[in-house]
Design a protein around this ligand. Structure first.
Ligand code: SAM
Length: 223
């Protein structure tokens, strides 16, 4: 059995009771960054041994992990924060494990996109998640496509690209399109900017973005 266990995106109290119990019970924890996850394990007095499993070694490790599970081990995968497989390693392991007939279970738990969407005030009945935009090539094309989407769109952005991204959005989304820029969910300096694309651009040009961000954009009405 492989468990994918969501971990807090800021506030350590957001770890679920079942997540803690399973992290104590499994034979091995695969962690994106063992040093980051050690803090969580220490906090909850979890003594299970850990190995690293990240985007640079997952292709090499996946077959070995599946072999261990087929020999009877129970393994948990965690990422630095939130739900594994959501803009984090996880997909490859799940895909390969299912091919080999291994059982996979992802626990419900912390992820940044859902609270950002729900507290944005934009329609949350139907939405699209875009993960991160392409870093260089393909950004404009992706933004153009996103601007034509009629459902609410949620995506992740790093702080040093917020101003650039809002500036690139303007010609496609127009100055009036509503959005929410949700910052530092569940942390001390959590804040939300709600307004138009243009207002957000002016705001973040004057207030240097710091921390972690989710952008939630209203869908187009012209469809
Ligand atoms: N697996 C995570 C999840 O389930 O949300 C996402 C990991 S991805 C590498 C990291 C990105 O998620 C950040 O750059 C940011 O866009 C978003 N994020 C993570 N924690 C956040 C938080 N506390 N507040 C706002 N955004 C957050």
């Amino acid at each position: 059995m492989i468990y994918l266990i969501p971990t807090p995106i800021g506030n350590l109290e957001d770890m679920t009771l079942r997540g803690i119990r399973l992290l104590k019970e499994v034979d091995l924890i695969l962690a994106e960054d063992t040093r980051t996850s050690q803090k969580l394990l220490n906090h909850y007095e979890i003594k299970t041994s850990m190995q690293s499993f990240h985007m640079h070694n997952e292709h090499k490790k996946v077959a070995q992990v599946i072999q261990e599970v087929l020999r009877g081990k129970t393994i948990a995968l965690i990422s630095d924060a939130g739900t594994p497989g959501i803009s984090d390693p996880g997909y490859l392991l799940v895909h390969e494990a299912l091919k080999e007939g291994v059982k996979v279970e992802c626990l419900p738990g912390p992820t940044a996109l859902i609270p950002a969407l729900v507290q944005s005030g934009l329609p949350s009945d139907r939405f699209v998640f875009e993960g991160f935009l392409p870093p260089k090539k393909g950004r404009q094309g992706r933004l153009k496509q996103m601007a034509e989407e009629s459902r609410t769109t949620v995506f992740y952005e790093s702080p040093h690209k917020i101003v650039k991204t809002l500036g690139q959005m303007l010609p496609y989304f127009g100055s009036e399109r509503k959005l929410a820029v949700v910052r530092e969910l569940s942390k001390k300096f959590e804040s939300n900017f709600r307004g138009s694309v243009e207002e957000a651009l002016h705001f973040f040009e004057e207030h240097t973005p710091k921390g972690e961000f989710v952008i939630v954009v209203e869908g187009t009405k012209s469809k």
